[in-house]
Design a protein around this ligand. Structure first.
Ligand SMILES: [Mn+2]
Length: 360
Protein backbone atom coordinates (compact mmCIF):
# COMPACT_ATOMS: atom_id res chain seq x y z
CA UNK A 1 0.00 0.00 0.00
CA UNK A 2 1.48 3.39 -0.92
CA UNK A 3 1.06 6.49 1.23
CA UNK A 4 -1.88 7.80 -0.77
CA UNK A 5 -3.79 4.57 -0.30
CA UNK A 6 -2.92 4.51 3.40
CA UNK A 7 -4.53 7.92 3.96
CA UNK A 8 -7.48 7.12 1.68
CA UNK A 9 -8.17 4.03 3.74
CA UNK A 10 -7.99 6.02 6.98
CA UNK A 11 -10.28 8.73 5.58
CA UNK A 12 -12.78 6.03 4.62
CA UNK A 13 -13.31 5.59 8.37
CA UNK A 14 -14.24 9.26 8.67
CA UNK A 15 -16.61 9.00 5.71
CA UNK A 16 -18.41 6.04 7.19
CA UNK A 17 -18.91 8.00 10.43
CA UNK A 18 -20.25 10.94 8.37
CA UNK A 19 -22.62 8.60 6.50
CA UNK A 20 -23.91 6.99 9.68
CA UNK A 21 -24.67 10.39 11.21
CA UNK A 22 -25.75 12.19 8.03
CA UNK A 23 -22.94 14.72 8.19
CA UNK A 24 -21.20 16.53 5.35
CA UNK A 25 -17.99 17.40 7.16
CA UNK A 26 -15.47 16.57 9.85
CA UNK A 27 -12.80 18.62 11.58
CA UNK A 28 -9.75 17.40 13.48
CA UNK A 29 -7.76 19.62 15.79
CA UNK A 30 -5.74 17.16 17.86
CA UNK A 31 -2.16 16.50 16.87
CA UNK A 32 -2.70 12.73 16.69
CA UNK A 33 -5.78 12.78 14.47
CA UNK A 34 -4.37 15.44 12.15
CA UNK A 35 -1.31 13.28 11.73
CA UNK A 36 -3.31 10.09 11.37
CA UNK A 37 -5.67 11.36 8.69
CA UNK A 38 -3.28 13.43 6.57
CA UNK A 39 0.33 12.94 7.71
CA UNK A 40 0.94 16.52 8.87
CA UNK A 41 3.14 16.63 11.98
CA UNK A 42 3.08 20.34 12.86
CA UNK A 43 1.86 21.64 16.19
CA UNK A 44 -0.90 23.86 14.79
CA UNK A 45 -3.60 23.00 12.31
CA UNK A 46 -7.29 22.38 11.66
CA UNK A 47 -7.96 19.52 9.27
CA UNK A 48 -11.31 19.97 7.53
CA UNK A 49 -12.71 17.02 5.63
CA UNK A 50 -15.63 16.77 3.22
CA UNK A 51 -16.56 14.13 0.67
CA UNK A 52 -14.69 15.95 -2.12
CA UNK A 53 -12.06 17.97 -0.36
CA UNK A 54 -9.51 17.91 2.46
CA UNK A 55 -8.17 21.27 3.72
CA UNK A 56 -5.57 22.02 6.35
CA UNK A 57 -5.57 25.47 7.92
CA UNK A 58 -2.21 26.19 9.52
CA UNK A 59 0.22 29.07 9.96
CA UNK A 60 3.22 30.27 7.98
CA UNK A 61 5.74 28.24 10.01
CA UNK A 62 4.20 25.09 8.57
CA UNK A 63 3.05 25.94 5.03
CA UNK A 64 5.93 24.26 3.21
CA UNK A 65 6.11 21.36 5.64
CA UNK A 66 2.37 20.70 5.31
CA UNK A 67 2.63 20.69 1.51
CA UNK A 68 5.50 18.22 1.69
CA UNK A 69 3.90 15.90 4.22
CA UNK A 70 0.41 15.60 2.77
CA UNK A 71 -1.05 14.28 -0.49
CA UNK A 72 -4.11 15.86 -2.10
CA UNK A 73 -4.63 18.28 0.80
CA UNK A 74 -5.24 21.98 0.20
CA UNK A 75 -3.01 23.90 2.61
CA UNK A 76 -4.47 27.22 3.73
CA UNK A 77 -2.23 29.66 5.58
CA UNK A 78 -3.67 31.82 8.32
CA UNK A 79 -2.20 34.84 10.06
CA UNK A 80 -3.85 36.39 13.13
CA UNK A 81 -7.28 35.49 11.75
CA UNK A 82 -7.10 31.76 12.52
CA UNK A 83 -10.65 31.06 13.70
CA UNK A 84 -12.21 33.34 11.06
CA UNK A 85 -10.36 31.49 8.34
CA UNK A 86 -11.36 28.12 9.79
CA UNK A 87 -15.01 29.22 9.90
CA UNK A 88 -14.79 30.61 6.34
CA UNK A 89 -13.23 27.41 5.06
CA UNK A 90 -15.97 25.32 6.67
CA UNK A 91 -18.57 27.51 4.98
CA UNK A 92 -16.79 27.51 1.61
CA UNK A 93 -16.69 23.71 1.72
CA UNK A 94 -20.48 23.81 1.88
CA UNK A 95 -20.63 22.10 5.27
CA UNK A 96 -23.98 22.27 7.07
CA UNK A 97 -23.50 19.63 9.74
CA UNK A 98 -20.16 18.29 10.91
CA UNK A 99 -18.32 16.31 13.55
CA UNK A 100 -15.60 17.81 15.72
CA UNK A 101 -13.39 16.19 18.31
CA UNK A 102 -14.74 16.39 21.83
CA UNK A 103 -11.23 17.04 23.14
CA UNK A 104 -11.44 20.53 21.61
CA UNK A 105 -11.15 23.15 24.33
CA UNK A 106 -14.01 25.38 25.40
CA UNK A 107 -11.69 28.32 24.69
CA UNK A 108 -11.41 27.22 21.11
CA UNK A 109 -14.92 26.03 20.45
CA UNK A 110 -17.10 28.93 21.57
CA UNK A 111 -15.34 31.70 19.56
CA UNK A 112 -15.38 29.38 16.53
CA UNK A 113 -19.06 28.57 17.00
CA UNK A 114 -19.81 32.29 16.97
CA UNK A 115 -18.01 32.72 13.66
CA UNK A 116 -19.56 29.62 12.09
CA UNK A 117 -23.14 30.80 12.52
CA UNK A 118 -25.77 28.13 12.07
CA UNK A 119 -23.55 25.16 11.21
CA UNK A 120 -24.55 22.13 13.29
CA UNK A 121 -21.86 20.33 15.25
CA UNK A 122 -21.74 16.89 16.85
CA UNK A 123 -18.84 15.87 19.08
CA UNK A 124 -17.08 12.55 18.97
CA UNK A 125 -13.85 11.02 20.22
CA UNK A 126 -14.39 7.37 20.89
CA UNK A 127 -15.13 6.38 17.30
CA UNK A 128 -11.83 7.83 16.10
CA UNK A 129 -9.90 6.27 18.99
CA UNK A 130 -11.45 2.95 18.02
CA UNK A 131 -10.39 3.39 14.42
CA UNK A 132 -6.81 4.03 15.55
CA UNK A 133 -6.95 0.99 17.82
CA UNK A 134 -6.34 -1.37 14.88
CA UNK A 135 -3.02 -0.50 13.31
CA UNK A 136 -2.31 -0.62 9.58
CA UNK A 137 0.90 -1.93 8.04
CA UNK A 138 2.64 1.45 8.15
CA UNK A 139 1.82 1.91 11.83
CA UNK A 140 3.01 -1.57 12.72
CA UNK A 141 6.30 -0.88 10.93
CA UNK A 142 6.75 2.46 12.79
CA UNK A 143 6.00 0.84 16.15
CA UNK A 144 8.48 -1.94 15.48
CA UNK A 145 11.11 0.67 14.57
CA UNK A 146 10.44 2.54 17.83
CA UNK A 147 10.80 -0.67 19.83
CA UNK A 148 14.01 -1.55 17.98
CA UNK A 149 15.59 1.84 18.81
CA UNK A 150 14.55 1.54 22.46
CA UNK A 151 15.85 -1.99 22.81
CA UNK A 152 19.14 -1.27 21.03
CA UNK A 153 19.79 1.66 23.39
CA UNK A 154 18.80 -0.37 26.44
CA UNK A 155 21.07 -3.20 25.38
CA UNK A 156 24.01 -0.78 25.21
CA UNK A 157 23.07 0.66 28.60
CA UNK A 158 23.33 -2.63 30.49
CA UNK A 159 27.14 -3.02 30.47
CA UNK A 160 27.47 0.58 31.75
CA UNK A 161 25.37 -0.01 34.85
CA UNK A 162 26.86 -0.49 38.28
CA UNK A 163 25.96 -0.29 41.94
CA UNK A 164 26.54 3.24 43.28
CA UNK A 165 25.29 5.11 40.25
CA UNK A 166 22.20 7.24 40.75
CA UNK A 167 18.77 6.71 39.27
CA UNK A 168 19.26 9.91 37.30
CA UNK A 169 22.63 8.74 35.94
CA UNK A 170 20.87 5.66 34.65
CA UNK A 171 18.10 7.69 33.01
CA UNK A 172 20.56 10.19 31.45
CA UNK A 173 22.66 7.42 29.91
CA UNK A 174 19.56 5.70 28.60
CA UNK A 175 18.27 8.87 26.97
CA UNK A 176 21.58 9.45 25.22
CA UNK A 177 21.87 5.86 24.01
CA UNK A 178 18.34 5.55 22.60
CA UNK A 179 18.78 8.86 20.83
CA UNK A 180 21.96 7.51 19.22
CA UNK A 181 19.89 4.53 18.06
CA UNK A 182 17.45 6.77 16.22
CA UNK A 183 14.82 7.70 18.82
CA UNK A 184 13.28 11.12 18.09
CA UNK A 185 12.39 11.73 21.72
CA UNK A 186 11.18 9.85 24.76
CA UNK A 187 7.49 8.94 24.53
CA UNK A 188 6.96 9.86 28.22
CA UNK A 189 8.99 10.83 31.26
CA UNK A 190 11.30 7.93 32.09
CA UNK A 191 10.57 6.12 35.36
CA UNK A 192 13.46 4.82 37.46
CA UNK A 193 12.65 3.55 40.94
CA UNK A 194 15.34 1.71 42.88
CA UNK A 195 14.92 -0.27 46.08
CA UNK A 196 11.99 1.02 48.15
CA UNK A 197 11.39 3.77 45.53
CA UNK A 198 10.42 0.97 43.14
CA UNK A 199 7.11 0.82 45.00
CA UNK A 200 6.22 4.27 43.60
CA UNK A 201 4.60 3.16 40.36
CA UNK A 202 5.59 6.41 38.65
CA UNK A 203 8.90 7.17 40.34
CA UNK A 204 10.87 9.92 38.63
CA UNK A 205 14.65 9.41 38.57
CA UNK A 206 16.36 11.04 41.55
CA UNK A 207 19.89 11.42 42.90
CA UNK A 208 19.36 8.31 45.06
CA UNK A 209 22.20 5.87 44.60
CA UNK A 210 21.41 2.34 43.50
CA UNK A 211 22.53 -0.12 46.17
CA UNK A 212 23.53 -3.75 46.19
CA UNK A 213 20.37 -5.89 46.44
CA UNK A 214 18.12 -3.23 44.88
CA UNK A 215 15.54 -4.15 42.33
CA UNK A 216 15.31 -1.19 39.95
CA UNK A 217 12.18 -0.55 37.92
CA UNK A 218 13.03 1.15 34.60
CA UNK A 219 9.97 2.10 32.53
CA UNK A 220 10.61 4.07 29.36
CA UNK A 221 9.66 4.49 25.74
CA UNK A 222 10.74 6.32 22.64
CA UNK A 223 9.15 7.92 19.60
CA UNK A 224 10.04 6.93 16.07
CA UNK A 225 8.16 8.42 13.12
CA UNK A 226 5.65 9.62 15.70
CA UNK A 227 4.94 6.15 17.11
CA UNK A 228 5.53 5.16 20.72
CA UNK A 229 7.28 2.23 22.28
CA UNK A 230 6.83 1.35 25.95
CA UNK A 231 8.90 -1.10 27.95
CA UNK A 232 9.67 -1.90 31.56
CA UNK A 233 12.36 -4.07 33.05
CA UNK A 234 13.12 -4.57 36.72
CA UNK A 235 16.89 -4.81 36.92
CA UNK A 236 18.42 -6.96 39.66
CA UNK A 237 21.46 -5.26 41.19
CA UNK A 238 23.84 -7.52 43.11
CA UNK A 239 22.46 -9.91 45.69
CA UNK A 240 18.69 -9.63 45.59
CA UNK A 241 16.95 -11.36 48.53
CA UNK A 242 15.08 -14.62 48.04
CA UNK A 243 11.76 -13.00 48.98
CA UNK A 244 12.27 -10.26 46.40
CA UNK A 245 13.20 -12.85 43.76
CA UNK A 246 9.98 -14.71 44.57
CA UNK A 247 8.00 -11.55 43.82
CA UNK A 248 10.03 -10.97 40.68
CA UNK A 249 9.25 -14.47 39.43
CA UNK A 250 5.53 -14.15 40.20
CA UNK A 251 5.29 -10.97 38.11
CA UNK A 252 7.00 -12.78 35.27
CA UNK A 253 4.64 -15.73 35.59
CA UNK A 254 1.73 -13.30 35.52
CA UNK A 255 2.98 -11.72 32.30
CA UNK A 256 3.52 -15.12 30.69
CA UNK A 257 -0.05 -16.18 31.56
CA UNK A 258 -1.47 -12.96 30.13
CA UNK A 259 0.45 -13.19 26.85
CA UNK A 260 -0.57 -16.85 26.47
CA UNK A 261 -4.23 -15.76 26.67
CA UNK A 262 -4.00 -13.24 23.78
CA UNK A 263 -5.58 -14.09 20.44
CA UNK A 264 -8.26 -12.59 18.19
CA UNK A 265 -11.78 -12.96 19.58
CA UNK A 266 -10.71 -12.86 23.24
CA UNK A 267 -11.89 -9.90 25.31
CA UNK A 268 -9.47 -7.44 26.92
CA UNK A 269 -10.83 -8.37 30.35
CA UNK A 270 -9.93 -12.04 29.78
CA UNK A 271 -6.28 -11.08 29.36
CA UNK A 272 -6.49 -8.97 32.52
CA UNK A 273 -8.06 -11.88 34.40
CA UNK A 274 -5.36 -14.29 33.21
CA UNK A 275 -2.60 -12.17 34.73
CA UNK A 276 -4.51 -11.44 37.94
CA UNK A 277 -5.19 -15.11 38.63
CA UNK A 278 -1.52 -15.52 39.56
CA UNK A 279 -1.68 -12.69 42.12
CA UNK A 280 -5.00 -13.92 43.54
CA UNK A 281 -3.59 -17.42 43.96
CA UNK A 282 -0.74 -15.97 46.03
CA UNK A 283 -3.00 -13.60 48.00
CA UNK A 284 -1.02 -10.67 46.61
CA UNK A 285 -3.70 -8.97 44.52
CA UNK A 286 -3.88 -6.04 46.94
CA UNK A 287 -0.36 -5.12 45.82
CA UNK A 288 -1.19 -5.06 42.10
CA UNK A 289 -2.53 -2.14 40.09
CA UNK A 290 -6.03 -2.27 38.57
CA UNK A 291 -5.04 -2.63 34.96
CA UNK A 292 -2.63 -4.69 32.91
CA UNK A 293 -1.94 -2.61 29.82
CA UNK A 294 -2.95 -0.08 27.19
CA UNK A 295 -2.78 0.40 23.46
CA UNK A 296 0.19 2.32 22.07
CA UNK A 297 0.38 4.26 18.83
CA UNK A 298 0.65 7.97 18.12
CA UNK A 299 -0.17 8.39 21.81
CA UNK A 300 1.43 6.53 24.67
CA UNK A 301 -1.95 5.54 26.08
CA UNK A 302 -4.50 4.44 23.51
CA UNK A 303 -7.25 1.86 23.20
CA UNK A 304 -7.63 -0.95 23.92
CA UNK A 305 -7.31 -0.58 27.69
CA UNK A 306 -6.49 -3.96 29.17
CA UNK A 307 -8.44 -3.39 32.36
CA UNK A 308 -10.89 -5.26 34.57
CA UNK A 309 -14.29 -5.64 32.89
CA UNK A 310 -13.33 -4.23 29.46
CA UNK A 311 -15.29 -6.23 26.89
CA UNK A 312 -13.40 -4.92 23.86
CA UNK A 313 -12.80 -7.88 21.58
CA UNK A 314 -9.20 -8.25 20.46
CA UNK A 315 -8.60 -7.99 16.72
CA UNK A 316 -5.55 -8.54 14.51
CA UNK A 317 -3.56 -5.31 14.25
CA UNK A 318 -4.08 -4.16 17.83
CA UNK A 319 -0.84 -3.27 19.62
CA UNK A 320 -0.84 -2.94 23.40
CA UNK A 321 1.35 -3.32 26.45
CA UNK A 322 1.29 -6.23 28.88
CA UNK A 323 2.70 -4.83 32.11
CA UNK A 324 1.88 -6.60 35.35
CA UNK A 325 3.42 -5.23 38.53
CA UNK A 326 3.46 -5.72 42.29
CA UNK A 327 4.19 -2.79 44.57
CA UNK A 328 5.02 -3.12 48.28
CA UNK A 329 5.11 0.34 49.89
CA UNK A 330 8.43 1.15 51.58
CA UNK A 331 9.87 -2.18 50.46
CA UNK A 332 10.10 -2.76 46.71
CA UNK A 333 8.36 -2.83 43.35
CA UNK A 334 8.52 -5.15 40.37
CA UNK A 335 7.11 -4.56 36.94
CA UNK A 336 7.78 -6.06 33.56
CA UNK A 337 6.34 -4.76 30.31
CA UNK A 338 6.33 -5.93 26.72
CA UNK A 339 4.52 -4.59 23.66
CA UNK A 340 2.45 -7.17 21.78
CA UNK A 341 0.71 -7.30 18.41
CA UNK A 342 -2.47 -9.32 17.95
CA UNK A 343 -2.03 -11.42 14.78
CA UNK A 344 -4.47 -13.46 12.67
CA UNK A 345 -3.76 -16.58 14.72
CA UNK A 346 -2.52 -15.35 18.07
CA UNK A 347 0.02 -12.89 19.29
CA UNK A 348 3.48 -11.62 18.40
CA UNK A 349 5.61 -10.30 21.22
CA UNK A 350 7.33 -7.25 19.71
CA UNK A 351 9.73 -6.88 22.67
CA UNK A 352 12.85 -9.00 22.59
CA UNK A 353 14.83 -7.82 25.61
CA UNK A 354 15.33 -10.59 28.20
CA UNK A 355 13.22 -10.25 31.33
CA UNK A 356 15.64 -11.35 34.01
CA UNK A 357 18.68 -9.08 33.94
CA UNK A 358 21.30 -9.21 36.70
CA UNK A 359 23.73 -6.32 37.11
CA UNK A 360 27.04 -6.98 38.84
MN1 LIG B 1 2.98 1.33 29.72
Amino acid sequence: MDRKETYQKRLAGVYSYMDAHQLDGAMFTSYENRRYYCGFTGSNGCLIITRDKVCLVTDKRYTTQAQQQTIGVEVIEHAANRLSLVADTIKKCGIKKMVMESCMTVDEYFPLKEKMGDIDVVFEQEYFLEQRMVKDAEEIACTKAAIAAAEAGFDKLLPRLKTGMTEKDLADELHYLVSKEGAEAMSFGTIVGSGARGALAHAFPTSKKIEDGDMVVVDFGVLKDGYCSDMTRTLLFGNVSEEHMRIFNLVQESQDKAIAAIRPGVMAKDVEDAHRAVFLRENLDDYALRGLGHGIGLQIHECPRIVIGNETVLKPGMIFTVEPGLYFPNDCGVRTEDDVLVTENGVENLSHTPHEIHIG
